[in-house]
Write a protein that binds this ligand. Structure first.
Ligand SMILES: [Zn+2]
Length: 210
C-alpha cells in the first residue's frame, strides 16, 4: 500500500454501469475494510449515493436506512429478491412445458427434474467460503441477530424425506448441513462483511496483523 487509505478514498466510489449491486457492495466493503477510523455515517451515505439501480434507489428512498448494517441488509434482500423472482420465472416456464406432458409417470419426472435443479444449483455456486464451524452451528448462533433472512418455504407437494430435518427451513426433506439456501445465505452474509469469525482462514491460523 502506497499510503494509508482514508474515508476520502471511499467518497469517489460509485457502482459502475456494468457492475452488479452485489459486486459493487463487495468492492465497497473491501475498500472500506482497508480504512482505519472509518466514519460510518459517511460510508453509509456514500454507498447509498453510489448505487445506480433505479428500483433499489426508489426502494431506499421510500424507506431510508439508518446505518451501514441496515443498508447492507437491504441491498442483500433486494438482490436476493431479484434472484428469487428470476428463479421463479424460470421454474414457471419449465412447469408450463411439463404441464403439456401427459400425467402418467408424473412423479418420476418430477423427481428427476428436482435432482437436476439441485445439480444446477450446485453448479451455479460451486465456491463457498471455507468455514471453521458447521453451518448448523452458525445458524444457531446468528438466527436471533436479525440479519439472516428466513428461507423461502419449500415447494408444496414435492417428495420430502421425513427422516431429514433442516433447522433453517424448519421442515423435513434435507439436513441443515446440506441446505443450499442456507449455504447461499451464509455466503451472502460473508460477502457483505458479516460472519468474519466463522471464515476458515487458510491453514487455520489467524495471524493477519491489524
Ligand atoms: Zn433447508
Amino acid at each position: 500500500m502506497k499510503h494509508k487509505k482514508t474515508t476520502v478514498n471511499l467518497l469517489s466510489m460509485k457502482q459502475r454501469p456494468d457492475e452488479s449491486i452485489r459486486a459493487f457492495v463487495s468492492r465497497f466493503n473491501k475498500e472500506s475494510l482497508g480504512i482505519k477510523d472509518l466514519d460510518e455515517a459517511t460510508a453509509h451515505m456514500t454507498m447509498s449515493n453510489g448505487l445506480i439501480d433505479m428500483d433499489l434507489i426508489k426502494d431506499l428512498a421510500q424507506k431510508p436506512t439508518k446505518n451501514m448494517a441496515k443498508l447492507l441488509e437491504r441491498c442483500n434482500e433486494f438482490v436476493n429478491m431479484a434472484e428469487v423472482l428470476q428463479a421463479r420465472k424460470m421454474t414457471e416456464s419449465k412447469l408450463e412445458k411439463k404441464r403439456s406432458v401427459t400425467d402418467d409417470r408424473k412423479d418420476e419426472k418430477r423427481t428427476r427434474t428436482d435432482s437436476r435443479a439441485k445439480r444446477s444449483d450446485r453448479a451455479r455456486s460451486p465456491e463457498y467460503t471455507p468455514l471453521n464451524t458447521s453451518r448448523k452451528e452458525i445458524l444457531m448462533q446468528i438466527q436471533d441477530d436479525g440479519y439472516i433472512r428466513r428461507p423461502r418455504p419449500m415447494q408444496a407437494g414435492s417428495f420430502r424425506n421425513p427422516n431429514k430435518y433442516c433447522l433453517f427451513h424448519k421442515d423435513t426433506d434435507h439436513n441443515t448441513e446440506d441446505c443450499y439456501q442456507l449455504k447461499r445465505e451464509i455466503e451472502e452474509l460473508i460477502k457483505v462483511g458479516h460472519l468474519k469469525q466463522y471464515i476458515n482462514i487458510k491453514g487455520g491460523r489467524e495471524d493477519r496483523g491489524s
